[in-house]
Design a protein around this ligand. Sequence first.
Ligand code: GMT
Length: 376
Amino acid sequence: MKIGIVCYPTFGGSGVVATELGIALAERGHEVHFITYKQPVRLELISRKIHYHEVSVPDYPLFHYQPYELALSSKLVDMVKLYKIDLLHVHYAIPHAYAGYMAKQILAEEGIHIPMVTTLHGTDITLVGSHPVYKPAVTFSINNSDVVTSVSESLKEDTLRLFDINNDINVVPNFIDVAKYSNPFTDCQRDLMAEKHERIITHISNLRPVKRIDDVIEIFFRIQKEIPSKLLIVGEGPEKEPSEALCRKLGIDDKVIFLGNSSEINKILCFSDLFLLPSEKESFGLAALEAMATGVPVISSNTGGLVEVNEQGFSGFLSDVGDVEDMAKNALKILKDPETLQKFKSQAKQAAMKFDTKNIIPLYESVYENATSKVL
Ligand code: GMT
């Protein structure tokens, strides 16, 4: 099948999922066309089966806001016609589902009936999409997609609660190529980051308020009082500076390393002992799954889809949002004894297996068949 994928190409879970999906589909023989404003960060492998088409928006001084959706719709129309694309799969409702719908309508005028699948990722529903400014357009785009998928049961429930939906929503969870995350390194070079006797605690995100970075630091503050340890914070975002200030205030700035954005996530996870994800909201928590697949147990909040990913007392522990005392207590439970840590590491990996690429990609393939049957 020839599949056109639209996504946000920069750092962020939805772009990562869309890119990994495209790569996995190409490996299964499909022809994949990424149509977006920048080459997706994880798309290193350009092959005969993977194409990238850049959407450029001409700069015109009259426009206060450049009309990206319009440029995207036009590019989708052109690419569908040029490459005879069979299906559009848009990731993140805003504005991709809306632009995809417009492209679909323009193509229909010319007798080309292309199915469109929309995948909801989280903030397009819970944080941004339900804002009154976007809500009518988001509702319309969801209701007019041929098939809608959401990355967790929890996100499906949120969508049905927040919007007036008259379309089915299929849950297709996020996935991971467990083999690829299985510590390819014989030596993780953990001495780059910490002393032999220290535990390494990691957090990876785009450092926005929803990730509650203060809680990450507060949890670590309690851990390091009991166990020699280092905290690695990976990513860039608006919370970085206040977090650095909090570390200085707590007197732990020598134990916290801010690494910025990294393309070496599996190397970082390779030398991590514990992953922290105390988010306010999380439709799935792909970062937690990446950690688990590398054999890193997770201490998280029990919000949204995290309860579908992190298994209480098995791959890690979950606590109420903001309960840093409980999170620190659970972290220490895992870290204090080497045997317990080893047990949680292997259980985390085991729990990640059910989200392995080979189990999830066929679900997307059957979604594509279903969407195609709707336009025939
Ligand atoms: O929250 C992020 O880090 C980015 C955001 C995005 O849209 O790229 O992530 C959302 O989609 C991911 C992939 O499906 C999910 O794993 C994240 O849980 C979700 N983030 C939120 O719901 C806050």
